[in-house]
Write a protein that binds this ligand. Structure first.
Ligand SMILES: CC(C)(COP(=O)(O)OP(=O)(O)OC[C@H]1O[C@@H](n2cnc3c(N)ncnc32)[C@H](O)[C@@H]1OP(=O)(O)O)[C@@H](O)C(=O)NCCC(=O)NCCS
Length: 224
């Protein structure tokens, strides 16, 4: 039986650029160094975010109850060389809750399903947390270029991986819609009205509800 994910990991799309930037800008200097391998000023982070190629790459995120992005993973793909590169980060205030591991597992599942077998990640040998997570995810870590780059071998082909991914996406979609509904219901000034007096939903409200799934999932589920 396919295990259900414990953390909802969303596909992100270009409409999330600002959320991604806000998350990365919250990382302190040392975390930026661990994530990017170099000093990253705010303008460099904005430049990096503007340059994310959402068509070629895959971008994932974890959101809190208010739909703020608190975890982010960027899987940069090179279809020509079949090389994938991963960068992952979690807000300092949200660490130790399994979000980093959930992002890593989601990325590994996706890359494996796409047929990639090796994943590169900038990872200092001193980054014990990331090393621990990689090994926990069943990846073989080969530290290269001195201490800087970890090569993760995706030698763990999961039977039913595509189905597992579809389940993860459905789970993420439901999670997003529930959070969106909760936020909508918790809006200040929202009064309980009987169905007879309730005004019909405006086109704008309908659009907002529908776009919640689209915005966070990257695509609207198609009717058969
Ligand atoms: C690496 C990072 C993404 C982890 O995020 P997270 O949400 O805290 O990760 P999780 O909660 O899933 O797991 C943390 C694990 O590290 C373990 N850990 C904590 N401190 C540790 C340490 N000093 N050494 C080894 N493991 C440690 C925890 O016990 C936990 O493992 P467990 O669940 O098996 O008990 C986050 O620390 C981060 O954003 N760091 C800065 C950027 C970075 O280093 N990115 C990686 C390189 S691209």
């Amino acid at each position: 039986m396919v295990p259900l994910p414990r953390v909802a990991v969303q596909h992100l799309n270009p409409r999330h650029r600002e959320d991604i930037a806000r998350h990365l800008l919250r990382l302190p200097e040392e975390d930026r160094r661990l994530r990017f391998g170099r000093h990253m000023r705010d303008d460099m982070i904005r430049e990096y975010v503007d340059g994310i190629n959402f068509e070629r790459d895959r971008v994932f995120g974890v959101q809190d109850a208010d739909l703020n992005l608190i975890g982010f993973a960027h899987l940069a793909l090179d279809p020509a060389t079949r090389v994938a590169e991963l960068g992952v980060s979690v807000d300092p205030s949200a660490r130790g809750k399994g979000y980093g591991f959930a992002l890593l597992e989601r990325v590994v599942l996706h890359a494996t399903n796409l047929g990639y077998r090796v994943l590169f990640m900038y990872c200092l040998a001193e980054n014990g947390i990331m090393m621990h997570l990689a090994r926990k995810a069943g990846l073989t870590v080969v530290v290269e270029a001195g201490e800087a780059d970890a090569r993760l071998t995706l030698d763990r082909v999961t039977p039913g991986g595509v189905f597992q991914e579809a389940m993860a996406d459905q789970f993420a979609l439901v999670d997003c819609m529930l959070k969106q509904q909760y936020l909508w219901l918790a809006r200040p000034g929202l009064e309980s009205v009987s169905s007879s007096t309730r005004k019909p939903e405006t086109a704008d409200e309908r659009r907002r509800t529908a776009s919640a799934a689209e915005t966070l999932q990257g695509e609207v589920p198609q009717r058969a």
